[in-house]
Design a protein around this ligand. Sequence first.
Ligand code: ADP
Ligand code: MG
Length: 714
Amino acid sequence: MAASLSIRVVFMPEVSHLEFLSGPVRFVKGIGPRRADVLSEAGVDTVRDLLQYYPRKYLDRTSVSAIKDVSSDSGPVTIIGTILTLKVIPGRRGRRFELVIEDEPGRRITCVWFKGVAWVSKVFEKDQLVAFHGRPQKYSGGISLPHPDFDVLDEEAPALATGRIIALYPGGASLSRVGLTSRSFRRTLFHLIKEHGERLQEVLPEGIQGKYNLLDGRVALRAVHFPKNEKELIRAIARLKFEELFFIQLMLARMKRDQTVEEGVVLETKDGLASRFIHDVLPFELTGSQTEAITDITRDTASGTRMNRLLQGDVGSGKTVVAVAAMLHAVDNGLQAVFMAPTEILAEQHFRNLLTYFEPLGVRVRLLLGGMKKSERSAILESLSSGDLPIVVGTHAIIQKDVSFKGLGMCIVDEQHRFGVMQRATLFKKGDRPHTLLMTATPIPRSLALTVYGDLDVSIMRDQPPGRQPIRTRLVWDRDRDSATEILRSECINGRQAYVVYPLVEESEKLDLKDAENGYEKLVAEFPDMTVDLIHGRMSSEQKESAMKKFVDGETQILVSTTVIEVGVDVSNATVMMIEHAERFGLSQLHQLRGRVGRGPHRSTCILIAHFKRSSEADERLRTMVETNDGFKISEVDLKLRGAGDFFGTRQSGLPDLKIADIVADTEILIQAREAAFELVAKDPNLDDPGNESLGAYFRAFYGREVMNLSRVG
Ligand code: ADP
Ligand code: MG
């Protein structure tokens, strides 16, 4: 047994390395089944996960205060001392726990707890070396630290605790309940790295290490947990960030490569429907961006490989026209096309637009929604599978099992981030490698685009159709709302229309609906000579459609709604977007809503009604809205405020879980990692050239299966 093991170690070092990394954390010295269960909840299942359980911060002893210098107006301080006495003291208003520490002989301070006494009194022992962090206060004649953060330092591994920089690990109640404190993480990791460190391997090829001046992987892993000095720590972190981003980019590079070798049906440009649509039907000239995007699409679809393109353009940039041209291009080549939208209202509006575009061309189109009459639905399905119907628009209803096509050649997904990976995959499987055009009105910062859309071709629509006037945005406090009502009134008197939007928070849908209903009744009373209507998510789709239609037709002047009108609704005579409780909306949502106006020749206004109770983040969102109309700028602020994980709102967004890198802050490293990964895949797509074996084995072991977690689907 021992012999065969050592043979494997000698001849297949990478197997031993990978087996070691994927070994269950339960068997690591100092862990055991109970702690392993708790760790698993924190996402730590394997040795590799444990090694990548990176410190949340570091305690630098040079920033530690001496007790003799601490006073009640020092502000927050960190001190390190030895515990002299500890005692629970009964009192009139309850017990408290006091602990006296000393750093130099005679220099003492008291730490005191009034809450959690039973628990905290069991944590410490006399003579322990402990770091405390807190805000000193005057206390019974002396100075104390009430309820400080603390970290018991390793008395049994003095080399670790007396180093200049000490790692502190992410904690939490369930971890500390099983004794997983920073101290035990340090102890466990110290032994793990000391006993098994030689089983670790460098996975990055030498060339990449040299070119980007990276610290050796093994050194970096040791140093991130036990840095010798600050300089080493900084290099270790940089190396580990690079590595983390590099492997994600490697996945993307390989996916993109797979797609470019994936065949796609060749679409020829004909003097057909697409060209008649652009030249005879459209009442306007294409913008430069639209022309470029259409050129991209005709080039992609003529290339013989499958198109997988993202169309990114701010609200109102005219993406629909591009989508229509793409669909007609497929129809010109005898294929079918589908246009999928995330909401019924949006699908209905696209449908109405297509009807007017297609009428003069004699192209048939149908609308497919959930909850349709059976007979109506089966008629549509029948004509899709027979190939009679060239184009269908709809919601998720399109990806139901029983929907099939004779020859689906083009898939358009509007507001694509609102769909999950699997939903998009299901749609694409309804054809034989159909060309796909994903559309988004959420401009995203470059760093995110490189990660989330890293395997796609992207067309960006920067110019807006001509003749638009920039939208004015006003922030109005609730108590000054009369001024907002005045704007509403004067616009409506001039023949314009207005939206009044109320937030919809899922948990309290009833309450929000009541808000909107009350607002609606008030407006009805305030504007007796106008038609005010209400639209909300609890109405049937027929009711919603008829309310929308009345607004589109100009019968309704003021449309009160919950956020069901969020995307895509297009009424060019609407010039006021009044958003109630604007402080409750996210930035991209506010920007989307504002994009509902300013779509015609008239100057439009967006009024943000804000209530008194709001966070500083909400303040920054509102300020940003007032300052800029630029979707890209707004997305940068949004990303900064929310962090990458929340940026798209769902876990399905395709953003990988990052343990050390930060997509926003580490853009520079990201760009280098991307360059390295794409260069490597271009030279060695299967990652098995000499010098890349270790990398290839590691990649296959830990990234092979995660491809589906990324947003793109081939
Ligand atoms: P979005 O990119 O937000 O989906 P739409 O496709 O809904 O934008 O277009 C917004 C509005 O601009 C629509 O009313 C559309 O008819 C109009 N539009 C699109 N392209 C042009 C153009 N080249 N010139 C003038 N108006 C245009
Ligand atoms: Mg749109």
